[in-house]
Design a protein around this ligand. Structure first.
Ligand SMILES: *[C@@H]1O[C@H](CO)[C@@H](O)[C@H](O)[C@H]1NC(C)=O
Ligand SMILES: *[C@@H]1O[C@H](CO)[C@@H](O)[C@H](O)[C@H]1NC(C)=O
Length: 396
């Protein structure tokens, strides 16, 4: 009896709280939903680290900053499962070490059956598979020779699984494949790579898949800071450079690099292949000889790039095609080998705090506690909406 009498008085505050939550939600939704659709920029989710948050927490973080396109270097089932129901679109990868074996149609079929098909059936959005990464950067000629046959096997296996047209098959190139990249209209692939690239481009054209290129204006600046203007690489106001053949003006190096790739593809006879930037970024720290690797420059690069992308800008050669870019990378990755810059490309530290301010104050939920599940979800949702509101505010 006592319990029954007490029940209403205990219920009252929670009803009031629920009403408050609803009011807050409706204010946030009406204020922000229109302004704040998903960002068009994608992000590379690399995991060469031993201190990253769980994929479940990362999915909250990415939703809070409205990122809806993610590129992986593998097909990590934990990540794909954690993002089910979020609508986030994935590029998954086959590592270079697995490329030679994918030449076998049976192996390609088995790989897809294990790593892709179950996730698609469960509702994951996997729209692209990269077969290898920067295969023409090294001198592994066996790997280079295996690339296109492996891509063909993966493409045929997709068809055999009834998945044709749902998933593109491509690879991501380093800018090192360029022999000439300036002026952009004179763009040409490295002569040594052309024999491989000719049939490769035909494959992309026949299958409608994009050409992916990893572009780092940072490298050009670091190598020659006296001659490469900082404003030109950081998308800041500057006179730019004019391509003498086309008369087109370039106010930033990234667009010049992308157009050099379009020109190189066209020189080999193709005008129907879409170029996407599969990686670009700027390190927030580096070794003493890595000039320009600072949080200020990294923040300026990413902030200005985000703005260009949200404006749906195209490059001077393809003004009607909005640039399609995946930022490198989501987190600082503490186990990456090489110079210090390699471990400092992240937008976020592993604890979810931003490395520099670009208006993306994300929300990384605390490590899973024994807390009541439903309450935690409401709490996460509120925190999520608050950070979405701050993203919208920062970008408006
Ligand atoms: C590839 O290049 C590396 C360093 O540039 C060299 O050590 C290695 O021997 C080369 N491998 C082949 C197969 O040429
Ligand atoms: C495949 O790539 C092309 C070119 O970028 C794009 O138009 C198409 O939407 C992609 N397909 C899928 C399934 O995403």
């Amino acid at each position: 009896m006592a319990a029954a009498r007490e029940a209403p008085s205990r219920a009252a505050p929670s009803v009031a709280a629920a009403a408050g939550v609803l009011l807050l939600l409706s204010i946030l939704l009406t204020e922000q939903v229109v302004v704040c659709s998903a960002l068009s920029i994608g992000v590379n989710y690399g995991q060469i680290a031993n201190n990253l948050p769980s994929p479940g927490r990362v999915s909250w973080l990415l939703q809070s900053i409205k990122i809806s396109k993610v590129k992986l270097y593998d097909a990590d089932p934990h990540v794909l499962r954690a993002f089910l129901g979020t609508g986030v679109e994935f590029v998954v990868g086959i590592g270079n070490e697995h490329v030679p074996s994918m030449v076998s149609p049976a192996a390609a079929h088995a790989w897809l059956q294990q790593h892709v098909a179950p996730h698609l059936r469960a509702g994951a959005r996997i729209t692209c598979i990269t077969v290898g990464n920067e295969v023409f950067k090294g001198n592994d000629t066996a790997l280079q020779a295996a690339l296109l046959p492996a891509m063909r096997s993966v493409h045929q296996a997709l068809a055999a699984l009834g998945l044709q047209g749902r998933v593109n098959v491509t690879t991501a190139h380093s800018l090192d494949i360029m022999g000439v990249s300036y002026p952009p209209s004179a763009g040409a692939f490295h002569p040594g790579a052309v024999s491989h690239l000719q049939p490769y481009l035909s494959f992309l054209s026949q299958t409608g898949a994009p050409f992916l290129i990893n572009c780092y204006p940072f490298f050009a600046y670091k190598d020659d800071p006296a001659r490469v203007p900082l404003e030109y690489v950081l998308f800041q106001p500057n006179a730019g450079v004019t391509d003498p053949n086309t008369g087109l003006n370039y106010d930033n190096m990234l667009y010049a690099q992308v157009d050099a790739v379009y020109a190189a593809i066209q020189a080999l006879g193709h005008t129907d292949i879409h170029v996407k930037v599969s990686e670009t970024g700027w390190p927030s720290r580096g070794d003493p000889d890595e000039i320009g690797a600072t949080p200020e420059h990294a923040g300026t690069y990413i902030r200005n790039l985000l703005q260009r992308i949200e404006m749906k800008q195209g490059t001077p050669l393809r003004p009607a095609v909005p640039i399609d870019v995946y930022v490198f990378a989501l987190f600082n990755e503490n186990l990456k080998p090489g110079p210090a810059s390699e471990r400092n490309y992240g937008l976020f530290y592993p604890d979810g705090t931003p490395v520099y301010n670009v208006g993306l104050r994300g929300y990384l939920p605390p490590v899973e506690s024994s807390d009541n599940g439903a309450r935690r979800q409401v709490f996460h949702l509120l925190a999520l909406l608050l950070s979405i509101a701050s993203v919208a505010f920062a970008l408006s």
